[in-house]
Design a protein around this ligand. Structure first.
Ligand SMILES: Nc1ncnc2c1ncn2[C@@H]1O[C@H](COP(=O)(O)OP(=O)(O)OP(=O)(O)O)[C@@H](O)[C@H]1O
Ligand SMILES: [Mg+2]
Length: 265
């Protein structure tokens, strides 16, 4: 077993990075894979949404990037996946990281011994292009870029692509972009459809699987401490994440699964 490491990144806030991280992890776990989520955001939303109180956890990823704890010691066993949790202290760790030698490589070095334990490792990035996101991009094999179809910020994506190009040049030559995840898609609006049609050519990127449809259930699932798949796996958005995860991992999906996602023809 050699884990594929995915960084889920976009410096734009609220585009469904955390939702995508948890849902894809749950989808691969459903298919029998061993999956780890690394919460690299000081807001600790992934940690919260899996039902943990970040204030009560010790150690966390903050201790890991501070060099005080190996990541394996921080890992929690959630019913759906393993989690290396975050805490608000991680915000302070950014400053400490900047002073460390090889600061971009800290997470990569920590994850190296875990590659034999997991099939997939997903890193949930904060909404910035700071040293934490650089750590994720340096540790990753593939970048997944969630994009909200309706409020697409083109300039933001170009900046992210420039950062990825820098990382490829300087700290992680093998990094590749897996593609875009089209999130919070409303297939009824012409604007969403137009954005979707435009986006692939504009950035030279493909959309992985199918767009993820909007559902109020996504806002409810975190309060239940579960992924959307466990909370209400019947909504099209949950089915979409199953299709996306299967495509990433090279697993089969049939037409019924695509249809359940409400995939546009
Ligand atoms: N398919 C969806 N349908 C409806 N709401 C969604 C969907 N996906 C995500 N959301 C909601 O959008 C909000 C933002 O999602 P999320 O926290 O995953 O974004 P993020 O990119 O991680 O944000 P941040 O940049 O703050 O880390 C959340 O309230 C989430 O429940
Ligand atoms: Mg988030």
């Amino acid at each position: 077993m050699t884990a594929t490491v995915y960084a889920v990144a976009n410096q734009k806030g609220g585009v469904a990075k955390t939702t995508t991280t948890i849902a894809l992890a749950a989808a691969l776990s459903e298919r029998g894979q061993a999956v780890l989520v690394v919460d690299l955001d000081p807001q600790a939303c992934a940690t919260f949404s899996l039902g943990y109180d970040p204030d009560e956890l010790d150690p966390t990823v903050h201790d890991v990037v501070g060099g005080r704890t190996p990541i394996a010691k921080a890992v929690l066993q959630h019913a759906e996946m393993d989690l290396a949790p975050s805490s608000i202290d991680l915000a302070g760790a950014e400053g400490g990281l900047l002073l460390r030698t090889g600061r971009e490589y800290v997470l990569r070095a920590e994850l190296e011994p875990l590659r034999d334990t997991y099939d997939a490792i997903f890193i949930d990035c904060p909404p910035s292009l700071g040293v934490l996101t650089l750590n994720a991009l340096t540790a990753a094999d593939l970048v997944i870029i969630p994009l909200q179809c309706e409020t697409l910020s083109h300039r933001g994506v170009s900046q992210l692509l420039e950062t990825i190009a820098d990382v490829k040049r300087l700290t992680n030559r093998d990094l590749e972009i897996a593609g875009l995840v089209a999130t919070m898609y409303d297939g009824r609006t012409r604007h969403a459809r137009a954005v979707l049609a435009d986006v692939q050519g504009r950035y030279g990127l493909r959309i992985i699987g199918v767009p993820v449809r909007k559902s109020i259930r996504f806002a409810e699932a975190p309060h239940d401490g579960r992924s959307i798949l466990a909370y209400d796996g019947s909504v099209p958005g949950a089915a979409a994440y199953r299709v996306i995860a299967a495509e990433l991992a090279g697993l089969a999906v049939d037409d019924a699964q695509r249809a359940a996602a409400g995939a546009p023809a």
